[in-house]
Design a protein around this ligand. Structure first.
Ligand code: CA
Length: 189
């Protein structure tokens, strides 16, 4: 399935008005909702209340730089982040990726490439969200929330039962050995 930016919320963090305008115009053409933050503090406030699907993040910003914004977003789990910066040295990129950015583009940039990369990042985020729940027939196991449902009805499970069910759902249709079940039942303890 193609990932579109239509109706997606994109937070643009950029203090240079003409660059912000270019990004905004290209995202508007894709039907995305846009919000502009002109400094690092604004960016975090906006990310908190507006819940963007993805963030385009400049690094050299007033008040709080992009690295600091990125690490704060990652501490909150936050949305995927594409850095868009004039800083094009390897060390800048490596710092960005170490702090958890999802992609890194160097200015001057091609707005169409930015759009393509935003779509790719959203696609990856969607895939990884899908991987957090397992669906087998009527059964749905939500790995992160430690919850399971059968045909929409929540199941009441002990932690041990949940771990066994998760194992069986992960290996649906394949052989599960007694040893694997015991190991799952024991959990981390
Ligand atoms: Ca800047």
């Amino acid at each position: 399935m193609d990932i579109e930016l239509n109706d997606r919320r994109v937070l643009i963090v950029e203090d240079e008005p003409h660059i912000a305008e270019i990004i905004d115009a290209f995202l508007a053409r894709e039907g995305a909702h846009r919000l502009l933050a002109r400094d690092g503090d604004d960016a975090l406030t906006a990310a908190g209340y507006w819940r963007p699907d993805v963030v385009v993040l400049d690094l050299k910003l007033p008040k709080r730089d992009g690295y600091s914004v990125l690490s704060e977003l990652r501490a909150r789990q936050g949305p995927p982040v594409v850095i868009l910066s004039a800083l094009g040295e390897d060390v800048d990129k490596l710092t960005g990726f170490r702090l958890g950015c999802d992609d890194y583009m160097v200015k001057p940039f091609n707005p169409l490439e930015l759009v393509a990369r935003l779509k790719a990042v959203l696609r990856r985020a969607q895939d990884s969200a899908a991987n957090k729940s397992l669906v087998v027939g009527d059964l749905r196991v939500d790995i992160d929330a430690h919850e399971a449902q059968c045909a929409g009805t929540p199941l009441t499970l002990t932690p041990t039962e949940f771990r066994i069910l998760r194992l069986l759902a992960m290996r649906a249709g394949r052989l599960v050995t007694r040893g694997q079940i015991i190991e799952a039942a024991m959990g981390d303890e």
